[in-house]
Design a protein around this ligand. Sequence first.
Ligand SMILES: Cc1cc2nc3c(=O)[nH]c(=O)nc-3n(C[C@H](O)[C@H](O)[C@H](O)COP(=O)(O)OP(=O)(O)OC[C@H]3O[C@@H](n4cnc5c(N)ncnc54)[C@H](O)[C@@H]3O)c2cc1C
Length: 281
Amino acid sequence: MKLSEFIRPASLAEARKSLRQLGPKGMPLAGGTALHFMPGKTPVTAVDITRLGLSYIKQKGDFFVIGAATPLADIQRYRGPRWAMHEICRRISTHQVRNVSTIGGNIARVFPWADLPVVLLAMDARLVIYSGKEKDMPADEYFSSQPARLFRGGDLLTAVKIPVLKAHHGFGSVKATRNATAFSLVTIAALLELKGGIIKSARVAAGSGIPFPQRLKPVEAALAGKEASTAVFREAAAAAGAAARWVGGEGMSADYIRQLAEVSILDALERAAEFARGRAA
Ligand SMILES: Cc1cc2nc3c(=O)[nH]c(=O)nc-3n(C[C@H](O)[C@H](O)[C@H](O)COP(=O)(O)OP(=O)(O)OC[C@H]3O[C@@H](n4cnc5c(N)ncnc54)[C@H](O)[C@@H]3O)c2cc1C
């Protein structure tokens, strides 16, 4: 993607107005780290959204609210009660990339390797979109297909709302890579609600190794109402094959990626259960 001009609006309303006027000749620009991965030789005008007050993390009622222009490094460093987002952020690329990549940029246009959509699907997050006024939508709807569809008319993602985990809720994520900074081969995130050792509800999501991030409903169904034990987690992980279309790549077969997913699901579930029991590492 080539940039021809760069404009710096003073407000969200001004940014949206500029984007609406520019149409396909304009684009919101946050950290700019994805430009390299975006095809297109026609130069576009970048509308800078990094100085609109969208970089913050705060707890508001039952949610942590993260501004869309918050760098991943800030999310990695933040600590709040039963906060779990730092775990995946520290697994994304390098310090240099995390210092400029924003949460909004990671999820406004989803690339196959994006890790945050997986975590936000498992966490049942809500995504806040500005279209003259703000409204939010559940992650299931937002990630039902490429979210870039939502921003073509100049609207902007302004925040991500993550439910504060209650007692007996546990979260775990696993990113399988070839090396520490590589793109993901398989990313898994799991949220468990336990009651007296029994799984009351489960949300399990995957990304990479499949065409687009999604929840693994057969895995979730194999967990509901059962005991939170390794045997049950192993059985649920075995439902991965029926849950998604696993695809090979980088010299690995689809079958290998599915097996990697099964192991990663087991690991994520064990971590989520430990978190729920208050014993997270
Ligand atoms: C070497 C390298 C390795 C990486 N590895 C990983 C990895 O392993 N896992 C991972 O998850 N990520 C990884 N990333 C980061 C990821 O791929 C994206 O580059 C990054 O998340 C984009 O964030 P950004 O703020 O730079 O967005 P930008 O590049 O500024 O924007 C990305 C897209 O989102 C749009 N956009 C941005 N903000 C908004 C908004 N608020 N509202 C509407 N549209 C918006 C832009 O118009 C553009 O289309 C890596 C990046 C690099 C450079």
